[in-house]
Design a protein around this ligand. Structure first.
Ligand code: GRF
Length: 220
């Protein structure tokens, strides 16, 4: 998908605090990110990400799992909401549900996630605890295209942080979040400028296949 001349329309899916959403909003407001934030959708009514959307004047909607018979029905309802906004990109930003294959297929190549580990290490949950228990010296976060393989889609960019001797889960999580707030807007910027795209089950940068993700260095 090459988009150079037209402004991309993005939908953001959240379940929680929405600090990544906020980083995207801030980046757009600063003019660093030329996209249109069309809608924020949550599965949780108390998600603070919904408040952030309202404060930024972005349409927001909560779709409750309890109102739907099963995962297919739920994802179908989410797709219908998203369709109204015709998003070019669907950004998962702490959306704590696994999407059905039909959802993923529908938005394949336009669906991104941010995962708090240096994928392929630590797919799934409790990434910080697992990295600490394994004695890792480095941890971080990855922005990747979403495919049917959980946390296994083509990686675009990673941000690494050192694991410090006195780290606990909270301290490490804070350091990882700070780098997430840099790499998610950066990945979206590269896509919005037509430099990164998805094709043939891979991520591409400037016409070359990205076999390894870009590395974000603090201070860069
Ligand atoms: C982030 O750590 C992200 O990697 C993970 O969920 C967390 C969301 O944080 N998928 P926030 O809601 O953006 O603050």
């Amino acid at each position: 998908m090459k988009q150079v001349d037209s402004t991309l329309r993005a939908a953001v899916l959240v379940s929680g605090g929405g600090t990544n959403l906020q980083a995207i909003i801030d980046s757009q407001k600063r003019g660093d990110l030329k996209i249109q934030l069309a809608v924020v959708l949550s599965d949780k009514p108390q998600a603070y990400g919904l408040v952030r959307a309202q404060q930024a004047g972005i349409d927001s909607v909560c779709v409750l799992p309890a109102d739907h018979a099963d995962r297919d029905a739920y994802d179908g309802a989410v797709l219908r909401h998203l369709d109204r906004y015709r998003p070019d990109l669907v950004l998962l930003a702490g959306f704590m549900r696994i999407l059905t294959p039909s959802f993923v297929t529908r938005y394949l190549g336009r669906l991104l996630n941010i995962h708090p580990s240096l994928l392929p290490k630590y797919a799934g949950l409790h990434t910080h605890r697992r990295a600490l228990e394994a004695g890792e010296r480095w941890h971080g976060s990855t922005v990747h295209y979403v495919t049917e393989v959980l946390d296994g889609g083509p990686r675009i960019i990673q941000g690494r942080v050192p694991v410090l001797p006195d780290d606990d889960v909270d301290r490490l999580a804070r350091r990882v979040l700070a780098v997430e707030h840099r790499i998610y807007p950066e990945a979206i910027r590269l896509i919005s400028e037509g430099r990164v795209h998805y094709a043939d089950a891979a991520a591409w940068l400037d016409g070359s296949r990205l076999d390894e993700p870009l590395q974000f260095e603090s201070g860069s």
